[in-house]
Design a protein around this ligand. Structure first.
Ligand SMILES: Nc1ncnc2c1ncn2[C@@H]1O[C@H](COP(=O)(O)OP(=O)(O)O)[C@@H](O)[C@H]1O
Ligand SMILES: [Mg+2]
Length: 412
């Protein structure tokens, strides 16, 4: 008799019979006898094993493994219109021919890949699957075209992205609406961070919004797992679109964490209030100067690690001056201002986390967050209901660092 657990349980599942016996040895001896019976008689009907849910009682219930199936063809979808040609892929609106559902198909740019399936694409798919949440765009499947370079991520179709919406809306969102949007964004970001995922490209064009007042974080193309040991070269600084990039990355920090996403959340919060991006600059130096101007230059007190950052020595700090938040956001309450300053805090160690921000008093003071159902709906540019205005904002850093990123213990 084999003592190997998996082998014996496999045999048991075939020939197990009487459930009433107490001793396992006895059961196995009896089972052996039954094997002989089958061999002699050749009739399986003589040995009907006692089963539980169609399996032997000796075999533990199976966990639910997803079935491994080939990807469906992109031709299962009818192409409706092109939504956007982004920096890394084209996004189409399409109809699933089987179900009639409207979906978004993001074609991954693989044409120039000479080294197989790019890590960025794998990362995007993996992060979307890991971070499933009410406020993260739902990934449905990956479908393929005729050639190896045609791979599409199928997602739920969402009517708007916040960037386009903010440019076509006649007036800014109300405070009650901004609170709802911020709570949803924070809850998605908290969820990603709990799952050890940094988004690394939070900005309004990567936030989708449906006509029922719900935000969905999208574009995980730059996402990576954090908390793993970091490779020799440190983490790449080629992350986050310039206007939303945290000062520690601008100053060349070799490692960074969830706080970089929180800086971007602060920029988004300000953009929702101002109806235009907070920092609109052409390059890194200009960006830092603009930050120093709004927040006042960093001090030993506000950011003790500043002077140890690689690029700090190359910067000339303006003379100390108080921050200019109040004059920039004259209508924001003291609590709103406090929350904004907590996001745009120099020292990443002291910057507010998504979990903490969700508890901030700004969200519990009047006007209270508006129920998503009460949001007005807008014509969807993505559904071709109105002509889109072209983007004038910069794009995410070129994802040329793919192969370098592999050494970062990156996902997957
Ligand atoms: N699921 C979706 N539903 C509707 N529009 C989408 C969806 N995903 C992306 N888009 C549109 O396509 C644009 C580009 O998609 P994104 O995933 O951000 O790609 P890129 O990596 O090129 O920036 C978004 O800004 C948005 O306007
Ligand atoms: Mg994008």
């Amino acid at each position: 008799m084999s003592t190997d657990a998996s082998t014996s349980s496999r045999k048991r599942s075939k020939w197990d019979g009487d459930d009433s016996e107490k001793s396992p040895q006895l059961r196995i001896a009896k089972k052996k006898a039954k094997v002989k019976t089958i061999e002699v008689s050749g009739s399986a009907s003589q040995t009907k094993p006692a089963t539980r849910w169609g399996h032997s009682v000796y075999v533990p219930p199976r966990t639910m493994h997803p079935p491994i199936m080939p990807s469906r063809s992109v031709y299962c979808h009818e192409r409706l219109n092109q939504i956007e040609e982004g920096s890394y892929g084209v996004v189409f609106r399409a109809r699933d021919k089987e179900t009639g559902e409207i979906v978004a198909l993001k074609k991954l740019k693989l044409d120039e890949e000479k080294n197989g399936f790019p890590i960025t694409a794998l990362r995007e798919i993996n992060a979307l699957m890991l971070c499933r949440h009410e406020n993260v765009v739902g990934i449905r499947e990956v479908v393929v075209g005729d050639t190896l370079t045609q791979v599409f991520v199928v997602m739920d179709f969402i009517e708007h992205d916040l960037k386009t919406l903010l440019t076509v809306m006649p007036s800014p969102f109300l405070q009650s609406e901004i609170k709802t949007l911020m709570l949803q964004l924070l809850s998605a970001v908290a969820h990603c961070h709990t799952n050890w995922i940094l988004h690394r490209d939070l900005k309004t064009s990567n936030l989708l919004m449906n006509n029922r007042g719900t935000i969905k974080v999208a574009d995980f193309g730059l996402a990576r797992r954090y908390g793993d040991p970091v490779g020799v070269g440190g983490m790449t600084q080629l992350v986050v679109t310039l206007w939303y990039r945290a000062p520690e990355i601008l100053l060349g920090a070799k490692t960074y964490s969830t706080a970089i996403d929180m800086w971007s959340v602060g920029c988004i919060f300000a953009e929702l209030i101002l109806k235009e991006p907070l920092f609109q600059t052409k390059n890194e130096t200009e960006m830092l100067q603009m930050i120093f101007k709004l927040l006042g230059p960093p001090t030993n007190n506000s950011w003790p690690d500043y002077s140890s950052l690689p690029l700090a020595k190359t910067m000339t700090l303006p003379s100390p001056q108080p921050h200019q938040f109040r004059s920039k956001f004259p209508h924001l309450t003291a609590a709103g201002l406090d929350l904004l300053m907590s996001f745009l805090t120099y020292d990443p160690e002291r910057r507010i986390s998504a979990e903490e921000a969700l508890q901030h008093s700004y969200f519990s003071e009047p006007p209270l967050p508006k129920h998503p159902d009460l949001f007005g709906s807008f014509p969807s540019a993505a559904a071709g209901e109105k002509r889109r205005k072209p983007f004038s904002s910069p794009s995410a850093p070129v994802r040329a660092a793919d192969y370098k990123l592999l050494t970062e213990f990156d996902i997957p």
